[in-house]
Design a protein around this ligand. Structure first.
Ligand code: KG4
Ligand code: ZN
Length: 341
């Protein structure tokens, strides 16, 4: 243990993954995630089952994170936890545990905004990774959100565009469900898309009133009608063309995202562009962004794979920066399902 370091234990429980991480300043010592398999057979997250699974996973996950970090709980400087947005029942489990721990160890409690944390994952210290410089734009794409955020400082973030209906992760998951994949289907589409032709099929690009907003609800409907039409003629249509269908759906989504991101970069005259959130794990999106370095002259920032989907290391890094500001939460803090950025 280094007496001059700050040790944060961070808890993430906003949706269906229980995450616990230990950070020493901006370094991640351990980052443990317990996934919940239970939702696969229901085709989506069942909130009540998620809360129950968090209850079962939280203590073993904390013990494992402390063990991997080789830290005793008496050495911790503060407890950070996800305050919102997310499923209320899931958030309650993490927050109640965080409060009890902060109280019993008599160390500060730090409530964290989950969406800010996805973006701040770019400030975790990693060998060979250069942090973005302010201001930059971040495309935050997850199962619950799709936003373009102007990031002016660690704590100054403005949403300049967002989805008016479904999140991009939902577009992936709902399309995947129509193709017969289990939940969450995004990674399956990604895997098959790598073997298919992205220009095999066309799906429409929706229009939005505000130029930087997104709309994804129409995509699911057009995929549904497209499949119904083709299955009528050939009952094996999905099986025989799965890779091409996945590649075409994924390509449509990536084109939609990149088009808006380019508009945002031009309008705000910012060339430093980051991506964050679960969908930033998508190999096609990562490749498209890397290519944009050449085509648009951007500096791009792509998070390490393990910091894309929900994890507690990203909660811990915000915890560290809030600790430096002594920005702590009262023990009366209550999680919020709809916490804004
Ligand atoms: O950030 P995240 O773990 O949870 C939320 O805060 O929502 O994001 C989960 C979303 C799911 O919709 C999942 O299908 C999607 O991220 N996802 C992917 C990939 N990996 C995860 N979507 C497309 N391609 C992937 N490789
Ligand atoms: Zn998330």
């Amino acid at each position: 243990m280094d007496k001059n370091s700050i040790y944060i234990l961070a808890i993430e429980s906003s949706c269906d993954d229980t995450g616990v991480a230990i950070l020493q300043n901006d370094n991640v010592l351990s980052n443990v995630v317990a996934n919940q398999e239970i939702h696969t057979k229901y085709g989506g997250v069942v909130p009540e089952l998620a809360s129950r699974a968090h209850q079962q996973h939280i203590i073993p996950t904390i013990i494992e994170a402390l063990k991997q970090a080789n830290i005793d709980k008496s050495e911790l400087s503060a407890i950070a936890f996800t305050e919102g947005p997310g499923l209320l029942g899931s958030l309650f489990v993490g927050s109640a545990f965080a409060k009890s721990m902060s109280m019993s160890l008599q160390i500060p409690l730090i409530g964290i905004n989950h969406m800010q944390a996805h973006i701040m994952a770019h400030f975790i210290k990693e060998e060979g990774y250069t942090n973005p410089k302010f201001p930059f734009l971040c495309l935050t794409v997850s199962g619950g959100h799709t936003q373009i955020v102007k990031v002016s400082d660690y704590f100054s973030m403005t949403v300049i565009g967002e989805t008016i209906d479904d999140a991009v992760g939902e577009a992936f998951d709902k399309s995947a469900k129509l193709l017969g994949f289990p939940y969450p289907g995004g990674p399956y589409i990604d895997k098959h898309a790598q073997l298919g032709n992205p220009k095999a099929y066309d799906f429409p690009h929706p229009k939005t009133k505000k130029v930087l907003d997104f709309s994804f609800s129409g995509l699911k409907t057009s995929v549904l009608y497209f499949l119904q039409r083709n299955l009528k003629e050939n009952p094996n249509f999905i099986k025989e063309n799965l890779n091409d269908i996945c590649a075409s759906i994924q390509d449509t989504i990536i084109q939609l995202l990149l088009k808006k991101l380019k508009r945002a970069a031009d309008l705000h005259q910012i060339n430093d562009i980051a991506i964050a959130g679960g969908v930033s794990a998508n190999s096609g999106l990562r490749k498209a962004l890397r290519e944009a370095e050449q085509t648009f002259g951007w500096n791009t920032f792509i998070p390490k794979f393990e910091y894309t989907t929900d994890n507690a290391a990203m909660i811990g890094i915000v915890g560290y920066y809030k600790y430096l500001k002594q920005d702590f939460s009262p023990l009366s803090v209550s999680p919020k399902a709809r916490l804004k950025l």
